[in-house]
Design a protein around this ligand. Structure first.
Ligand code: SAM
Length: 270
């Protein structure tokens, strides 16, 4: 473990001077698990897009001091901003989506409550936030990304589908007269799996657009019981295009990771 390059997100305040002091859980992991010695190097990430190479100097009574040696842009971040609005799922299934989605490059996770959710208690879901954020943190450090994907509060489907996240960004961009990268909103609908070959397939929908790196894309994936016809109508009303993920019925967690990977592949991030 000592030879691996270990990465830690630290507050930008810890990176102001020539030394960075790591404390708490990170210090425990470095001392007790990784057993790093003076001179061993780590990568410190500021979650603002930079990574700092640092060498362990010494163990202090209340932390571990590192000498910050270099700063460079953090790699591993996709230029395409993908928002995965995934129905909250029972047990570890949603956690699996967070971990795998982080590894492949999802930038924002929105847990949603649909009509057929098995897990439908907003409060109960919100209580998992600390655990879910830790899963995202560990996956981000493990896979070498430079920024932590965002995890929003859980939202009812009807709110999430109506709140076009790109509209707010577009108005801000128009104020600053900055060209807003094109956006695309999709919903994966299992009832389309029997549609004729090619028609309404995700690949067809993506290739119909001039996809390119830097786009802002949002995709919805339903719960164990799938989307209701009313939810699909509401999605249509808000301009979302239902797409098929092929003729097989995927488990919700499989669909979330597959659709995210397929979109990121199509725009050249994988
Ligand atoms: N209602 C279906 C059933 O019970 O057999 C399955 C729902 S599926 C487990 C959960 C979600 O995954 C769906 O709402 C949809 O978003 C997505 N999904 C699964 N397979 C899909 C497919 N072949 N095409 C499009 N979406 C799919």
């Amino acid at each position: 473990l000592r030879n691996a390059v270990h990465r830690f997100f630290v507050p930008t305040s810890a990176l102001q001077g020539p030394f960075a002091i790591l404390t708490g859980e990170q210090a425990h992991q470095i001392k007790r698990v990784l057993r790093l010695h003076p001179g061993d190097r780590v990568m410190l990430l500021d979650n603002q897009g930079s990574v700092y190479e640092a060498a362990l100097v010494d163990y202090l009574p209340d932390g571990i001091r590192f000498q910050v040696e270099s700063q460079k842009p953090a790699t591993g971040e996709p230029a395409t901003h993908l928002t995965l609005c995934q129905a909250a799922l029972k047990g570890e299934r949603f956690e699996w989506v967070l971990q795998k989605g982080t590894e492949i490059g999802v930038s924002r996770f929105v847990p949603i409550i649909c009509a057929r959710n098995v897990v439908d208690d907003l409060r109960a879901i919100a209580q998992k936030r600390a655990r879910w954020e830790r899963i995202i943190l560990e996956a981000t450090e493990q896979c070498g990304r430079g920024r932590l994907p965002e995890l929003t509060d859980p939202q009812p489907f009807t709110d999430a589908i109506a709140a076009n996240p790109f509209a707010a960004e577009r108005s801000r961009a128009q104020e600053s007269l900055v060209a807003q990268p094109p956006a695309l909103r999709l919903i994966a609908w299992e009832e389309l799996r029997n549609s004729p070959q090619g028609e309404s397939r995700l690949a067809t929908a993506l290739r119909a657009r001039n996809l390119r790196v830097g786009m802002r894309i949002q995709v919805f994936v339903g719960p164990e019981g799938g989307f209701t016809a009313a939810e699909i109508d509401l999605a249509h009303h808000h301009g979302l295009e239902p797409v098929s993920l092929g003729p097989r019925t995927l488990r919700a967690e499989t669909a979330g990771v597959v659709v995210a990977a397929a979109i990121l592949y199509e725009v050249g991030e994988i």
